[in-house]
Design a protein around this ligand. Structure first.
Ligand code: AMP
Length: 214
């Protein structure tokens, strides 16, 4: 059975963490457009350079660019058993393009689960989020500080992701409210929408997700 799952939620809702757990549980890959774009930037590709300023400002990259990335990635053989979508689709045109792509490729319908986190908690999570420029892992100053040693040797060297700076956080949350929240009604109308609470322990949120997906 092909399982196609889409985790919808605000930046900082914990979609990436839960997508990774689901990916391990079901043995299907996580497809994160944010990660793909960050990798392109780190590799200094033409695409990476093109999207850098929009990402740093907390804006959304154009629909054409992300749809193209997803279409290419879904063609990989290891994506034929299903996929966990994290951070895509983020706009109605992206959702429509994904529907058309799924239809064309004969993929099983998407199951959508929103990870709900109140906005004051989202602000707290994003403003305390850090990443290590050496091992590239994400941490939080109080909820999840790095251990004594960095996986790449020595100690972690923490920095704030450019899109986690205060102005960019504000813009990302506006983009979420204006462009991504309308997807809830879109998927409700299709009868494929579910939601779980995204506050509390990671393991408890994961357990709620498994109940919804069972
Ligand atoms: P994320 O890691 O999912 O929060 O994504 C980081 C940044 O990548 C976002 O703030 C956007 O600039 C860009 N991005 C990721 N996914 C998308 C998408 N589906 N549509 C437009 N921009 C995206």
């Amino acid at each position: 059975m092909q399982r196609n799952i889409y985790l919808l939620g605000a930046p900082g809702a914990g979609k990436g963490t839960q997508a990774q757990l689901l990916s391990e549980r079901f043995g299907i890959p996580q497809l994160s457009t944010g990660e793909m774009l960050r990798s392109a930037r780190l590799e200094g590709t033409e695409l990476g350079n093109r999207v850098a300023s929009v990402m740093d400002a907390g804006g959304l990259v154009s629909d054409e660019i992300v749809i193209d990335l997803v279409e290419q990635r879904l063609q990989r053989p290891d994506h034929q058993g299903g996929v966990i979508l994290d951070g895509f689709p983020r706009t109605i045109p992206q959702a429509k393009a994904l529907d058309a792509l799924f239809l064309r490729k004969g993929r099983s319908p998407l199951v959508v689960v929103a990870v709900d986190v109140p906005s004051d908690e989202i602000h707290r999570r994003l403003s305390g989020r850090r990443w290590c420029v050496r091992c590239k892992k994400t941490y939080h100053v109080t909820d999840n500080p790095p251990g004594e040693s960095c996986e790449s040797g020595g100690v972690c060297q923490l920095d704030v992701r450019s899109d986690d700076k205060p102005d960019a956080i504000g813009r990302r949350l506006v983009a979420y409210a204006e462009q991504t929240l309308p997807l809830i009604a879109y998927y409700q109308a299709k009868g494929v929408f579910h939601s779980v609470s995204g506050t509390g322990k990671i393991a408890d949120i994961f357990a709620s997700l498994l109940v919804v997906l069972s």
